[in-house]
Design a protein around this ligand. Structure first.
Ligand code: BG6
Ligand code: MG
Length: 217
């Protein structure tokens, strides 16, 4: 059995929820009177909900009281939850079902390392909750990505050394977190954004069994 393990980010790696986060933040920005582009959205990927709002407000040059921020955080999440309520297994990203099946067959442990506080709900909708050997999400950490905490806790739960863990991420903050944890980082998305990753892939379609074999060797 390989001594390696895989740690998956959730949003944008297992499932295409990144678009729903973007839509919900964009609606909030527009209600506050400014535009929010997909390019700016890259800054929010992998980042906690609270930090995302701070970045968004900086972009729009808007200052709010704590009470107003709390109200908007709730509203954004309600909007996001309304999008993901309808989600099912069809929204699992290409290549992921085959990869998870391979890891299970080869008995390679895998964990979730996500910033989202909605991670368990999403995995349940996707019928993947029971498949993960460990789940670490936004409710389990005190420091958000790019801090390595989420991945280090995941490695500990799997009983693996950080250097034996491979992290799959779609966010720059997540690649930084994986690198600071001393893990191998596999980035999915634009290589010009996802700088510093050990491997750059354009989409989850490139997460093939051949690549998995190479990574866990
Ligand atoms: C990350 C997403 O996975 O989770 C971010 O990439 C998001 O965009 C963060 O802000 C927190 O998610 P949630 O579901 O707790 O609002
Ligand atoms: Mg992500």
């Amino acid at each position: 059995m390989s001594k390696k393990a895989i740690i998956f980010d959730l949003d944008g790696v297992i499932v295409d929820t990144a678009k729903y986060h973007f839509l919900a933040w964009k609606e909030l920005a527009e209600s506050l009177g400014f535009d929010f582009t997909e390019e700016q959205n890259e800054l929010l990927k992998g980042v906690s909900r609270v930090r995302s709002l701070e970045i968004l407000l900086d972009i729009g040059n808007v200052e709010l009281s704590q009470a107003e921020k709390n109200k908007y955080l709730n509203e954004k999440n309600e909007q996001y939850l309304s999008y993901i309520a309808e989600m099912d297994t069809r929204e699992i990203l290409p290549g992921i079902p085959e990869l998870l099946a391979f890891l299970k067959a080869e008995r390679i442990p895998f964990a979730l390392g996500s910033a989202s506080k909605n991670a368990r709900l999403i995995l349940e909708n996707l019928k993947l909750l029971e498949d993960f050997n460990a789940i670490v999400d936004g409710n389990d950490v005190s420091t958000a990505k790019p801090d390595p905490e989420v991945f280090l806790i995941a490695a500990e739960k799997l009983g693996k050394n950080p250097e034996d863990c491979i992290v799959i991420e779609d966010a720059f903050a997540g690649v930084q977190a994986a690198n600071s944890a001393g893990m191998t980082s596999v980035a999915i998305g634009d290589p010009e954004v996802l700088i510093g990753a050990d491997f750059n892939l354009k989409s989850t379609k490139e997460l093939t069994i051949d690549l998995a074999r190479q990574l866990i060797k």
